[in-house]
Design a binder for this molecule. Structure first.
Ligand code: AMP
Ligand code: MG
Length: 415
């Protein structure tokens, strides 16, 4: 009987504990032009009918339908552009040149486009004083009624909706240029390790580049949140004491590395000194060592998630435990990635009782449905496995062998 994982909590338990600690952040005012991707925090109502007046859908002539006959010539008594109005009330056998968006003159009930008359668009003021009808149109044609889009008082966008470019356009139509939205979280991101240096510097013996903070910071940004990149911490105690410097304006602290049981792994001690650890260690691979705690920084409680240092472990843990929290803080209702079920293309062994997240490339075939092609190297430090994949296939804890063609649930890593 296998019992090596008795101190580890399950992925579900870890998610439940972490997610329960976070709520949507406070409401802030945002310039409408910068509000794409935020969650709106108040209903927006139509301030007036949109369009505000009956107007022309075409460039052509405003006419009375009862005057319309093929080959009949009407008298052109004026012209209106999108910005202008005319007081003239259209009389029998009269027409007014009218452009798209212009208000319909009184007495007119139809617009006939240039193409159905003998007239063409005309730039100067010396437009022809008559127009002959070539083709018929129906009564009311080419008139856009006021309020067709939104009626005054109608809800345009409901509170809680994700602001998209079309929503920004609809709100702007009412002259509104600022909206209340839910604030986006800022994550303090700190890499740790004596061997870690920033890309751009020359590598000395024993050193490796900080690839993880690059991947994780980009993933934070892709999830709609902001990050603050801190200086890399070395593993000595003096440096670790500086860990929380400049973190107290952030909504979450995320460290990378230093969280295992090695001689130089100091993150758990750092959390315990400033606060308390909620749990350490999850029954999964990659990603077993993950610390979740809470620290008190000058009276402010901030949560700290200590990600494991191995690249794939940190990325998978970000996907499972941090991305949903960032979504929740932004006020999004659906905080999870899409999942699907796919047949695996080779046999997998899973002997240590941990839940495995396999890096796979899912493809869809008309007949066979979804197939998950498993990357051949699944170690926790193999970045190429993530570069290759578009999904994480979940191999359950108790499942020792998955056979070729068996179905697994896959978390899709793409939107
Ligand atoms: P640790 O958990 O600190 O023992 O790190 C585990 C492994 O991940 C070690 O091989 C580290 O060198 C590596 N590692 C830790 N942090 C990073 C990072 N930011 N970028 C790339 N590799 C890292
Ligand atoms: Mg380390």
């Amino acid at each position: 009987m296998m019992t090596p994982n008795k101190d580890l909590i399950s992925v579900e338990e870890a998610q439940k504990i972490i997610f329960s600690k976070f709520n949507s952040l406070e409401i802030v005012k945002k310039k409408l032009i910068d509000s794409s991707g935020y969650i709106l925090s108040k209903d927006i109502k139509a301030l007036f009918d949109l369009p505000s007046k009956n107007n022309s859908a075409m460039d052509g002539f405003a006419i009375r339908h009862q005057d319309l006959e093929i080959n009949k010539t009407l008298k052109v008594v004026g012209r209106v552009g999108a910005e202008s109005v005319t007081d003239h009330i259209l009389q029998k056998d009269e027409a007014i040149r009218i452009m798209t968006g212009s208000g319909i003159p009184k007495g007119a009930d139809t617009v006939i486009q240039f193409e159905k008359t003998n007239n063409n668009p005309h730039k100067g003021d010396d437009y022809p004083d008559s127009v002959t009808i070539i083709e018929r149109v129906n009564k009311g044609d080419n008139i856009r009624m006021s309020g067709l889009d939104y009626k005054a008082g109608q809800t345009v966008v409901k509170s809680g909706m994700l602001i998209t470019p079309p929503i920004i356009g609809a709100i702007a139509s009412f002259g509104i240029d600022e909206v209340p939205v839910i604030k986006k979280p800022t994550v303090s991101l700190i890499s740790t390790g004596n061997e870690i240096i920033m890309p751009g510097q020359k590598l000395k013996e024993g050193q490796i580049y900080d690839s993880n903070s690059f991947a994780i910071s980009s993933a934070i940004r892709n999830s709609g949140a902001n990050f603050k990149m801190h200086k890399i911490l070395s593993d000595n105690k003096a440096d670790v004491e500086k860990l929380y410097q400049d973190c107290n304006q952030s909504d979450l602290i995320v460290t990378i590395g230093g969280v295992s049981k090695g001689d130089f792994d100091l993150i758990r001690d750092a959390i315990t000194e400033k606060g308390n650890i909620n749990f350490w260690g999850i029954n999964m691979k990659p990603g077993k060592p993950l610390a979740f705690g809470q620290v008190n920084l000058n009276g402010k409680e901030i949560f700290h998630i200590g990600l494991p240092g191995n690249s794939v472990s940190s990325y998978v843990c970000f996907e499972l435990f941090i991305r949903p929290v960032l979504m929740k803080m932004q006020g999004l209702e659906n905080i999870f990635r899409k999942t699907l079920v796919a047949k695996v293309d080779k046999e997998i062994k899973n002997n240590d009782g941990r839940r495995a997240y396999l890096r796979v490339m899912v493809s869809k075939d008309h007949e066979k449905g979804y197939t998950a092609s498993i990357y051949d190297k699944q170690d926790s430090n193999i970045f190429s496995s993530l570069v290759y994949s578009n999904g994480l296939a979940i191999c359950p804890e108790e499942c020792k062998v998955i056979k070729t063609g068996d179905q697994l649930e896959v978390i899709m890593l793409e939107d």
